[in-house]
Design a protein around this ligand. Structure first.
Ligand code: KIV
Length: 271
């Protein structure tokens, strides 16, 4: 049975929630054991080669969401609303509906009290919303650790409470000091999903290309690399190139042959 938003809410303080990003069907199929697949706008960096997430469009997100839906896994699919797609309540609802039509079960928006009304409008339209606080890549001037000062922590907690009241079913906390992430996790009823925010969040999210060691441009401190896939991929590709150049691939086992008589007939026919 596919995970529902309610299943994810129920997991708070019972079991840790696992989230990985996914942007294509092959990877989403391999991620079938994770509770939530996040079709993040990080796709702009890892799939489209942009420097950040700001050039990602709704059309991009629809294409990636469709691909993940086609994997038909039991993971809950959450899709990011890209920058400029939720400037007001109407555009937020329209674009959230487009992502749901493409296969998302919920959408994610970046921001706190400044988007309270927008979040509420999307939730009231019947679409579940995941919040995103702390470092906000769509608007951040630089990527830095959040809530190092007590006054920032107080503002973050206030934002979390506002989002909870607006009806989000969970909140991502990106690069928030672990002490503050713990306090907030204990202060809100909805699950908190950390990325670079310590183990006390209710769940964890990583960009799948980071944890597999496939993305070489940026290597965040918080992204544990479970594999060094870029090296394995490069070695495999280099071997393929060498084999083809040296005529070691394909071998007979990779090819198809004609019956002997048919071959003889052909040779006679064409001289
Ligand atoms: O776009 C994304 O991948 C995200 C995660 C970093 C949480 O928003």
């Amino acid at each position: 049975m596919p995970n529902t938003v309610n299943d994810i809410i129920q997991m708070k303080s019972r079991e840790k929630i696992t989230v990985l990003t996914g942007y294509d069907s092959t990877m989403a199929t391999l991620c079938d054991k994770v509770d939530v697949i996040l079709v993040g706008d990080s796709a702009g960096m890892v799939m489209l080669g942009y420097d950040d997430t700001r050039d990602v469009t709704m059309d991009d997100m629809i294409r990636f969401t469709t691909a993940v839906k086609n994997a038909k896994t039991d993971s809950l699919i959450v899709a990011d609303l890209p920058i400029n797609s939720y400037e007001n309540e109407d555009s937020a609802i329209t674009n959230s509906k487009r992502l749901v039509q493409a296969g998302a079960h919920a959408v994610k928006l970046e921001g706190g009290k400044e988007i309270e009304k927008i979040i509420k409008a999307v939730v009231d339209s019947g679409i579940p919303v995941m919040g995103h606080l702390g470092l906000l890549p769509q608007t951040a001037e630089k990527y830095s650790v959040q809530a190092k000062k007590s006054s920032d922590a107080v503002n973050l907690l206030e934002d979390a409470r506002i989002l909870e009241k607006a009806g989000v079913f969970s909140i991502v906390f990106e690069m928030v000091t672990r002490d503050v992430a713990k306090i907030i996790t204990e202060s809100v009823k909805v699950p908190t999903i950390g990325i670079g925010s310590g183990k006390n969040c209710d769940g964890q999210v990583l960009v799948v290309h980071d944890m597999l060691g496939m993305f070489e441009k940026i290597k965040p401190k918080f992204a544990k690399r479970y594999l060094n896939l870029s090296e394995d991929i490069r070695n495999a590709i280099n071997s393929y190139v060498k084999d083809v150049k040296e005529e070691k691939f394909p071998e007979e086992e990779h090819t198809f042959s004609m019956e002997k008589e048919e071959l003889e007939k052909l040779e006679k026919e064409i001289g």
